[in-house]
Write a protein that binds this ligand. Sequence first.
Ligand code: NAD
Ligand code: TYD
Length: 339
Amino acid sequence: MTIIVTGGAGFIGSNFVLYMLKNYSEDRIICLDKLTYAGNLSTLQSVMDHPNFRFVKADICDRETVYQVFEEEKPNIVVNFAAESHVDRSIEDPGIFLQTNVMGTAVLMDACRKYGIQRYHQVSTDEVYGDLPLDRPDLFFTETTPLHTSSPYSASKASADLLVMAYYRTYELPATISRCSNNYGPYHFPEKLIPLMIINALSDKPLPVYGKGLNVRDWLYVEDHCRAIDLIIHKGKTGEVYNVGGHNEWRNIDIVKLICKELGKPENLITYVTDRKGHDMRYAIDPTKIHDELGWLPETKFEDGIQKTIQWYLSHLEWWSEIISGAYQGYYERMYGDR
Ligand code: NAD
Ligand code: TYD
């Protein structure tokens, strides 16, 4: 099998590339990534010379280059992680979210139609369902919950999902969609809640909690997400959506307090800051379908996963300090400019 993984230099995509190379020694993995600010090639350093791996620096919106890669590689499967992924940035500047998340998805699917494909998988998010009220803990997102977005980010992801279903129906593109809850784990870019709080706490910097910190997210260890996608691309039914989440809801403030406790830092580092515009209150996934149909269950308990994650940030200081200093952005040129 040849599998194109777009966005494979980002957080979840890189974890997926490493997971696939480890678990499928016969498969060839092609990572196609634009290396935006969120893409970090040093993350893939350990596999750059792997005989079954190829890295292509390319924009999924660049039709000519995408077609060329399909022509060369004749992929069997495409898994699309490439996206602008940060809600706060989408509030500042929605344009690039529409470009990459919607138009880029269309280009990839056009390539799949042109060259033929066994499976196109769209990595989506639970944020397409909007949010749930805090006083209704009995409510969860199912695959039939209506799309009801709040941020330009979630609106762009929902638009892409609609386009995927349209390509499935109109062109019979063999597509699947997964909608996962918040991920955490190694290689998480330090603009997101958990890595940002770990890194700030380590340097005794203020821990900026939006609003009152009462918003709830449903956290899943990144490897459990990778395993879910693995099951869907191999055993999932085309035209279907699968929700992925581990019933692990936490208020933001409690996550930040837990990080302080684990690192032995005082809670008075916590600083309440102006709330995010349109801030979703609660996300909560019902994963019954993927459990019943594909036998998926999360394997990493949150208490273990958060400790592993904190330990990972403690032992990979170079990885995140290069990001904070901006040095990682020259990595591609330094390492591969002349190759
Ligand atoms: P990320 O921001 O860490 O990584 C995104 C990657 O995509 C980067 O490597 C970036 O360089 C690349 N990219 C961006 N624009 C591109 C373009 N035009 N062409 C090619 N590559 C491009 O994101 P992430 O957190 O790893 O999320 C990956 C996917 O999973 C996204 O589609 C996101 O919507 C979805 N998702 C994320 C979460 C989460 O908790 N992080 C949860 C559910 C779903
Ligand atoms: P984030 O990691 O940006 O993921 P998402 O918004 O996609 O769920 O944020 C997770 C939660 O943490 C969200 O409710 C916003 C909040 N948050 C803060 O309180 N402070 C911060 O500095 C960040 C980045 C997020």
